[in-house]
Design a protein around this ligand. Structure first.
Ligand SMILES: [Zn+2]
Length: 212
C-alpha cells in the first residue's frame, strides 16, 4: 500500500482509500489531511472555463486609463510586461509575462484539455498523465493573486499623482483571479489520479467487451 506523511507532524502511515464526502485524519495528531468533496473535479472544470473567458476579457479591454498633466494614456494588461522591457528591466518583463500571463493561461487551457474529455466522454486525452504532472508542478507558480495585490497597492499610490480610470480589463482581471484561485483550490491531486484510474479501467473493460 502507498504510504503518506502527515504535513503537520511528519507521521508516516498507509494512505487510506477514501471516497466521496469522506476525509482522512492523521492517526498521530488528528489533523485533517485529505478530503474528497463530491464534485471537486467538475467544479475545477467549470471555474477553469469561467477563468478562460475572464482572461480574454481582461486582456482585450482597457486595464487602466491614466490622465496626468494633460497626457491621457490607456493601458492593456499585457503592456505591463512591455513597459518593463522598455525600461531595460528584461528579467522583470519576462517574469511578469510568465507568472501573470503565460503560466495561468497554460494552466487553464491544459486543465480544460484534460478534464473535459475525462468528465464528459470518459475518454483520456493524449498526453494526460504527463500534462497533469506538469500542471501539479506549475500550480505553485501561478501568482496572479500576488500581482493583483501589487497592482491594487500601486493604484492607491497613483491616485494621489494622477486621475485614474479603472477599465473593464481590471474588473475582468479581479474576477479572473478569484476564478483561478477557485479552480486551483478544487484541483485535488488524489481525486484526479483516482478518477483517471477509474476511467482507464472503464476503457479497458469496454475494449475487452468489444474484442469478445
Ligand atoms: Zn500528524
Amino acid at each position: 500500500m502507498k504510504q503518506m506523511a502527515c504535513k503537520f507532524c511528519d507521521c508516516l502511515f498507509d494512505a487510506p482509500a477514501i471516497s466521496h464526502n469522506e476525509a482522512a485524519f492523521c492517526p498521530m495528531c488528528k489533523q485533517k489531511l485529505i478530503q474528497r468533496p463530491k464534485y471537486s473535479l467538475q467544479f475545477c472544470l467549470s471555474f477553469a472555463i469561467a477563468s478562460l473567458f475572464l482572461f480574454v476579457l481582461s486582456n482585450v479591454f482597457t486595464f487602466l486609463a491614466i490622465d496626468a498633466q494633460g497626457q491621457y494614456h490607456q493601458m492593456l494588461l499585457a503592456e505591463a510586461s512591455f513597459v518593463f522591457w522598455q525600461y531595460d528591466q528584461v528579467l522583470l518583463a519576462i517574469l511578469v509575462l510568465l507568472v501573470v500571463l503565460l503560466i495561468p493561461l497554460g494552466l487553464i487551457i491544459s486543465l480544460i484539455y484534460i478534464l473535459w474529455p475525462l468528465l464528459f466522454q470518459r475518454k483520456i486525452a493524449v498526453g494526460t498523465c504527463r500534462l497533469a504532472r506538469i500542471i501539479f508542478q506549475l500550480k505553485n507558480w501561478s501568482m496572479v493573486e500576488v500581482y493583483l495585490v501589487a497592482v491594487l497597492a500601486s493604484l492607491t499610490k497613483l491616485t494621489a499623482l494622477a486621475s485614474i480610470e479603472f477599465g473593464i480589463g481590471l474588473w475582468g482581471y479581479i474576477s479572473f483571479t478569484i476564478c483561478l484561485s477557485a479552480t486551483l483550490t478544487n484541483l485535488d491531486r488524489h481525486r484526479f489520479w483516482r478518477y483517471l484510474d477509474k476511467v482507464k479501467c472503464h476503457q479497458n473493460l469496454k475494449q475487452q467487451n468489444q474484442n469478445t
